[in-house]
Design a protein around this ligand. Sequence first.
Ligand code: NAP
Length: 356
Amino acid sequence: MTYRVIQWATGGVGKAAIQGIVAHPELELVGAWVHSEEKAGRDVGEIVGGDPLGVAATTDTEALLGLDADCVHYAPVMPNPPELMRILESGKNVVTPLSWFYRGSRDWSELEALCQKAGVTLHGTGIHPGGITERFPLMVSALSRAVTHVRAEEWSDLRTYGAPQVVSDLMLFGKTPEEARKSPMVQFMGGGFCQSIDMVADTLGFALDDEKRTTHEVSAALEPIDSPIGVIEPGRVAAQRYTWEGLVRGEPVITVRTNWFMGEKGFESGWSFGSEGERFEVEVKGDPSSLVTFKGWHPESVEAGLERNPGIVATAIHGVSAIPAVCRAEPGIKSYLDLPLVAGRAARELSRSGRA
Ligand SMILES: NC(=O)c1ccc[n+]([C@@H]2O[C@H](COP(=O)([O-])OP(=O)(O)OC[C@H]3O[C@@H](n4cnc5c(N)ncnc54)[C@H](OP(=O)(O)O)[C@@H]3O)[C@@H](O)[C@H]2O)c1
């Protein structure tokens, strides 16, 4: 069985998803939505820097929704709920790294009813959130008795993230500390990360307090720092640390953190990646405790990251890998807790079918 897939947006995630869809033995790329007029009409293969694929990119939403397709991999820069609802309404399953990781006690009844009516499934995935934040900690937690604390943490050089608009206008790097503290990212990202905290808490059975704790710390450059958004002058924000915590009686039991720095060191706070460098960590404290470090999701250099960032590729492929299971699932909003194990696929030259 081959599932027909439309890619929605061709930024870093979208381009890697297209490569993933094309390489996947159970998937076929049948369409692509683009935001930018310059990309409209171009062959999608060329947009991702490869051979033509015979699929033209389009800005025409209705034409795409009229296509016979099983699933949309939805990866625009920000979620557009009415647009997402139109996609679901048209009878297409949706996989996305933008949100909808786990409902918990949120009121998603309108979206759930729409999925039921249209007979489709919506699944949120990614790496952070969508992978190291909840899926992998839950997997590791099965090896421990009496879990007392779960932590998912990222250390990344943001100079390698090829979305300068997001880095400068939303994350507010390069601005004054006062300006950066007002970043809408705290709210936007918290929406996703707190879903992951709820998934871990509900599954492990933590009796979380009603309120989660959010901490947003910023630190300024000591020296001028060259970055894709221009030179960050001393005194301007060059490092940010976002922390979300699930608490029991005021004490953290689940900690989710991103350490996003413009470079490795040179900040007023003294923060650095330490000797282990860029990485993702999952830690489960219990009997016994586990600490898992994920390497390989950071590029070799700033230039390589701006070209193709492995963390962004991992985000995209986690979604692509889930598409067959999502297409086969019962209608509704489904998290990892509802789907069978999602796995990758063998390289083409090593696979049974010869076309992986
Ligand atoms: N959960 C996770 O772990 C995770 C990890 C990474 C990223 N993400 C999320 O995934 C999404 C895509 O990330 P990305 O790195 O691919 O971002 P990106 O490189 O900035 O690309 C986003 C794409 O969105 C389209 N776009 C630009 N302006 C738009 C607008 N005003 N309205 C609608 N679409 C617009 C463009 O598509 P065209 O170029 O096709 O015109 C752009 O290339 C983001 O929301 C990001 O937060 C999640």
